[in-house]
Design a protein around this ligand. Structure first.
Ligand code: A3P
Length: 275
């Protein structure tokens, strides 16, 4: 069948991007004032990064479109080691791939999103990034790759389970969990939570302007051209909705995913809304 081109790094699947610093993750040293945004791909990483950047700088206007820290630490196209504090870092790797986190005081924002929407979003991502993934299969084929974790960063289920397991085992690790669906439903409440978690005390008007500037349409318009396909289709800003899975999933796929969810996520505390 069809498969994706991915890198098997010591048993973990990673994208074939120039992952210059993947071998350095094991020794990555976090600073106490780092903010690490951690999420399975397509969960809203770019969105939260933009919110955090505005909250930290206290500015919603005049910020450069991207900064050198707009990168995953596994990509590290710039030298993260010399980046001034506070660094806003992002990653899709597992907690165990970053041993430095165990003794770190940095703040982690963990983003979670309904796996049905993640699957659809990741499929579109893989199709659009043809030069890296060489994927030419259908959604139907892809659905099975996703369910079996044959994609970069592996199985969504294993990833999510792993984070859930790690948190109580490392109680000193400072983590805030946010849900994509909650951010869509009530952005002001979630931006306020993030702001408070970061120890910031912003006024309501500022929080509202962060929500407006980070709204999907606004971000797509401002940043969509940064990475687009040759036809100008933004890659990171596709639809930005809850429940797009309904336009893709067959009844059979819903049933199959439910089955996998039931076995893989048994007793999980995470509750997903599937509307
Ligand atoms: P869709 O493909 O469902 O549209 P990541 O940044 O982790 O790669 O996640 C990308 C997903 O988040 C895409 O989902 C993208 O459209 C969505 N997204 C990006 N910015 C957003 C925003 N400001 N508001 C809501 N969703 C956003």
């Amino acid at each position: 069948g069809h498969s994706l081109s991915v890198l098997n790094y010591k048993g973990d699947l990673l994208p074939l991007f120039p992952l210059e610093s993947i071998h350095r993750l094991e020794h990555f040293v976090f600073r106490d004032d780092d903010i690490l945004i951690s999420a399975y791909p397509k969960s809203g990483t770019h969105w939260v990064w933009e919110m955090v950047r505005m909250l930290k700088t206290g500015q919603t206007d005049g910020l450069p479109l991207v900064e050198k820290d707009d990168y995953m630490i596994e990509l590290d196209v710039t030298d993260i080691a010399t980046m001034p504090s506070p660094r806003i870092l992002t990653t899709h790797v597992l907690f165990r791939q970053l041993p430095g986190l165990r003794s770190s005081k940095c703040k982690i924002i963990f983003i979670n999103r309904n796996p049905r929407d993640v699957a659809v979003s990741f499929y579109n991502h893989h199709v659009k990034l043809k030069d890296y993934y060489h994927y030419d299969g259908s959604w139907e084929d892809y659905f099975h790759l996703f369910l079996h974790g044959q994609v970069d960063y592996g199985s969504w289920f294993d990833y999510t389970r792993d984070w859930e397991r790690v948190l109580p085992e490392n109680p000193h690790v400072d983590v805030l969990t946010v849900f994509y669906e909650d951010m869509k439903e009530n952005p002001a409440a979630e931006v306020t939570r993030i702001s408070q978690f970061l120890g910031l005390n912003h006024e309501r008007a500022f929080i509202q302007s962060v929500c407006d500037k980070c709204d999907f349409a606004s971000m797509r318009q401002r940043k969509g051209k940064l990475d687009a396909t040759s036809d100008g289709e933004p890659i990171m800003y596709r639809k930005g909705e809850v429940g797009d899975w309904q336009n893709w999933f067959t009844a059979e796929q819903v049933a199959l995913m439910d089955e996998v969810c039931k076995s893989k996520m048994a007793n999980s505390a995470f509750k997903f809304r599937y509307e």
